[in-house]
Design a protein around this ligand. Structure first.
Ligand SMILES: NC(=O)c1ccc[n+]([C@@H]2O[C@H](COP(=O)([O-])OP(=O)(O)OC[C@H]3O[C@@H](n4cnc5c(N)ncnc54)[C@H](OP(=O)(O)O)[C@@H]3O)[C@@H](O)[C@H]2O)c1
Length: 293
């Protein structure tokens, strides 16, 4: 059984990774030149790195997050790197009216939109669920409802341009992970909503692609700070992750798995051996390093 799992799982993971990675077309940076792109959560981490890649590809950028000082610096760097234009709008996605304000800004500045990259997340901590329902509700607003609201506002422009929606999610949105109950719930919600919407677009012949990005552990400052004392394993590089997300969006892929074999193996095990996956997942955590709050 042990040998079987050692050989069979990586093999199937590899095959699935190949399936998810083998796009009908190959990526070319020209695909994005001059495109009008919104990136949320762009003041740090993966969002910041996506902004830099997109700037090198000479796109028009509208970046958003809460911290104005950080956004200013990211915009400056984007202009140095060659962005066709770069601007920011600061605000919190906890505020129900902010998603529409961001999309309106794109409409006023550009009169259209080619790609909407939804990437931000609110703070959720990493610990046992402490019964704080209000915190779950708040996180749903930031991590889920605001994604729906931005998509709704941006849809007329995306339909016009045959554009793309890129939704950044997580392995925690495919298989339950401990110590991240609220976060995991928001990511499962994204999968449910956007996978349904994708069907409807196809039925309605709406030529707007939806790419759901399922990410494993990535070496952003916030993720490493939150989990490195509890999770075993080396995080994947945020720069490469950001580029893979952009490629998947440009190629209109249905789903991105990054790092490919880790995520694909987890998704596969969830379906064929869920209890095995659960116990393997629990074994990755050094629970004794968690301090209950
Ligand atoms: N890093 C990982 O290991 C990992 C794993 C799986 C999935 N992901 C996914 O990848 C995406 C990016 O993660 P990351 O690690 O790059 O995160 P990060 O570095 O913490 O960046 C989060 C971004 O969201 C912004 N933000 C936070 N609260 C906000 C709010 N209330 N309203 C608007 N913006 C807000 C932050 O900027 P301000 O603080 O300035 O607002 C920041 O720009 C997320 O969707 C995450 O779930 C990451």
């Amino acid at each position: 059984m042990g040998l079987f799992l050692k050989i069979f799982i990586p093999l199937l993971g590899g095959l699935l990774a190949f399936y998810f990675y083998s796009a009908p077309q190959s990526f070319n940076e020209e695909m994005l030149r001059g495109k009008r792109v919104i990136v949320t959560g762009a003041s740090s981490g993966i969002g910041e790195q996506m902004a830099y890649h997109l700037a090198r590809m000479e796109t028009h950028l509208l970046l958003t997050a809460r911290t104005e000082a950080k956004l200013q610096k990211v915009v400056e760097r984007c202009l140095e790197l060659g962005a066709a234009s770069a601007r920011y709008i600061s605000g919190s996605m906890e505020n129900p009216s902010f998603p529409e304000v961001v999309v309106k800004e794109a409409e006023t500045s550009w009169g259209g939109l080619d790609m909407l990259i939804l990437n931000h997340i609110g703070y959720s901590g990493f610990n046992f669920f402490n019964g704080n329902v209000g915190q779950v509700r708040k996180l749903m607003e930031t991590n889920f409802i605001s994604y729906v609201a931005m998509t709704t506002s941006a849809l007329p422009m995306l339909k016009e341009s045959d554009g793309s929606i890129v939704v950044v999610s997580s392995m925690a949105g495919k298989a339950g992970s401990p110590f991240a109950a609220s976060y995991s719930a928001t990511k499962f919600a994204l999968d449910g909503f956007f996978s349904s919407l994708r069907h409807e677009f196809i039925v309605d012949k709406v030529n707007v692609s939806i790419t759901l990005c399922i990410l494993g552990y990535i070496n952003t400052e916030s993720a490493v700070r939150a989990v490195s004392h509890v999770i075993q394993g080396t995080p994947a590089p945020k720069e490469e992750c950001a580029l893979e997300i952009i490629k998947a969006g440009a190629l209109r892929q249905r789903e991105l798995h990054y790092p490919p074999w880790v995520v694909s193996a987890v998704v596969l095990l969830r379906d064929i051996a869920p209890e095995f996956l659960d116990s393997m997942t629990r074994s990755w955590y050094n629970v004794e390093n968690l301090r209950r709050t």
